[in-house]
Design a protein. Sequence first.
Lengths: 140, 140
Amino acid sequence: MKHKVIASWEEKMQFQIEQPGGFLKADAEELVGGENKGLRPKSLMVSALLGCTGMDVVSLLKKMRAEVDRFELHVEAELTEEHPKFYKKVHVVYSFYGNDLKREKISKSVSLSVERYCGVFEMFRQFAEVSHEINFIDKN
Amino acid sequence: MKHKVIASWEEKMQFQIEQPGGFLKADAEELVGGENKGLRPKSLMVSALLGCTGMDVVSLLKKMRAEVDRFELHVEAELTEEHPKFYKKVHVVYSFYGNDLKREKISKSVSLSVERYCGVFEMFRQFAEVSHEINFIDKN
């Protein structure tokens, strides 16, 4: 399968990018000549990682009948100091909220995504040291 | 330097993602339980690549006084057949439009981004076979 993505330069550092599912606007921060009118390209990589593993987990939780009230995840991604700057250390935190959370099934879902299903995780492992943790916020 | 990105699950396969420069909405295609109401996570990686190298080139062209009328770029990215599916072959096409295009300087800008400055290119090289080409569309 092939994915096609097209970027058109608008002005200054701004690009309109057309990708499967819609459009996005990318811009740089002021410090490097941008106007902060769009998303930063590099951190789109991190958004890709969160979206990919997040969707895996949601669909696995549904299959395992281990639904939760709320689910959030975040990443802290550390860049190298030297050019070309890339992500060298990436830590993903999964947070699940609900009543009587099925901790074992939830942990299993996260492991399956991280180790087996998420293609973006697989790509990140080729250039970064990746790690993750799970938080359970149970109302009971 | 660290980048922080946060994703919040909304419903079904939809996530709201907050990253440097703004928000985006991610969703899966219908085939895998989504509703096509947002961007596909995996191809955000390709958007990252285009945005990163595109901004490099724009700023190098300005420095070299080799501005163009229009600049577009696109990628065809091929996924592996097996899970976890990742990009194994990635081809970037740079297209420059204008009068009396300064071909040598433009080619130099692209090479500098691909080989030296673009961190996303550096990450892609770790998991994919990457290549690129340049098209000049000169009015004269």
